[in-house]
Design a protein around this ligand. Structure first.
Ligand code: SF4
Length: 134
């Protein structure tokens, strides 16, 4: 992985202990430095790619990176499932289109007859005129 970004790091001349805090206040101090760092994203990606669990990297705490990794995993799984579903749908559509057209044509042919029949049968069954309107 490319590490040229490290030469532009806002923290390059700082005490590394600042970025390995022991409490939440320390995390916030480090995150304030990261906030104005021009290489925040490559720094975060580096930590994620190298599974760096300790310290503040790319403006994220250890807990935030764990959450991010979980989210990315679930997104990747969802995307993979969606791709598989799309592929299956496309395959079904390719073969099912003919079946659907045939089924519609068959239903349409019998349905028209049924509709005519139903209409013929149901026409006389109209609501009676209200009394006194003749
Ligand atoms: S984002 Fe933070 S930890 Fe990463 S290089 Fe910049 S200042 Fe350092």
């Amino acid at each position: 992985m490319n590490t040229e970004w490290m030469s532009q790091a806002k923290c390059k001349d700082m005490d590394p202990d600042v970025f390995f805090p022991s409490d939440g206040v320390g995390v916030q101090v480090a995150q304030r430095v990261c906030l104005v760092c021009p290489v925040k994203l490559p720094c975060l990606e580096y930590a994620l790619a190298h599974r760096v669990h300790e310290g503040v990297w790319g403006g994220t705490s250890e807990r935030e990176r764990r959450r991010l990794v979980r989210h990315r995993r679930s997104t990747t799984v969802t995307t993979a499932a969606a791709t598989a579903a799309t592929t299956a749908t496309a395959a079904t559509a390719a073969t099912g289109a003919t079946e659907a057209t045939t089924a519609t044509a068959a239903t349409g042919a019998t349905g028209a007859t049924e509709a005519t029949t139903t209409s013929a049968v149901s026409l006389p069954a109209r609501d009676p005129q209200p009394a006194g309107r003749h």
